[in-house]
Design a protein around this ligand. Structure first.
Ligand code: HEC
Length: 159
């Protein structure tokens, strides 16, 4: 086989890719005001689900029973740590929360309530890199994070 005959095709593909990436880099917007695109959101969500799923299995060996999580303590901690972005009631993100990229969600939403307790625990403990969601593992003890999980879970029922 004569490899030389294919070379021009590879060079053409490489040139097209380089032009594509230069175009993408040039038209890229740093603005957090833009809505995240559909492809970006899809890829980031798939990656996020995988990493949270894996982290929860690595970190959480047993989820304490609901009775061992104190929702009213969770509510107090929520007021100090979370209100700034997710809003006073947990359902109405603040101006700041809505200006982040990606936006802070309502914690009562289907998307948030779909996470398991163990998932919520690692989300709150470690945060989500490349988003505005901070990790609270340095400032809060595990028990307080479980209390927050219970509080977030409670938002599902109340109107
Ligand atoms: C500085 C703003 C900010 C603060 C403070 C904050 N969050 Fe968030 N939170 C975010 C943002 C932004 C997202 C969206 C991340 C994403 O899209 O992946 C988020 C996502 C979440 C999610 C859902 C994860 C998902 O992607 O579905 C939960 C649960 C959550 N936060 C709980 C909390 C709790 C509990 C606290 C307080 C202990 C808190 N957050 C404090 C900004 C914040």
């Amino acid at each position: 086989m004569n490899n030389g005959t294919h070379r021009p095709i590879y060079i053409a593909i490489a040139i097209v890719l380089v032009i594509f990436f230069i175009y993408k880099a040039w038209t890229f917007h740093l603005s957090a005001l833009d809505e995240p695109g559909r492809v970006t959101t899809f890829l980031a969500t798939v990656a996020k689900r995988f990493y949270i799923w894996r982290e929860a299995r690595r970190e959480v060996h047993s989820v304490p029973p609901a009775s061992a999580m104190d929702a009213s303590d969770g509510e107090m901690t929520y007021g100090m740590d979370c209100e700034t972005c997710h809003g006073k009631d947990g359902r109405t993100p603040t101006e700041i929360g809505r200006s982040l990229y990606p936006r802070s969600p309502s914690l009562a939403s289907e998307r948030v309530q779909r996470w398991s307790d163990a998932d919520l625990f690692v989300i709150i403990k470690y945060g989500i890199r490349h988003t505005g969601m901070p990790g609270f593992g340095r400032s809060e003890k595990d028990q307080q994070i479980w209390n927050l999980v219970r509080f977030v879970r409670g938002l599902r029922k109340t109107p």
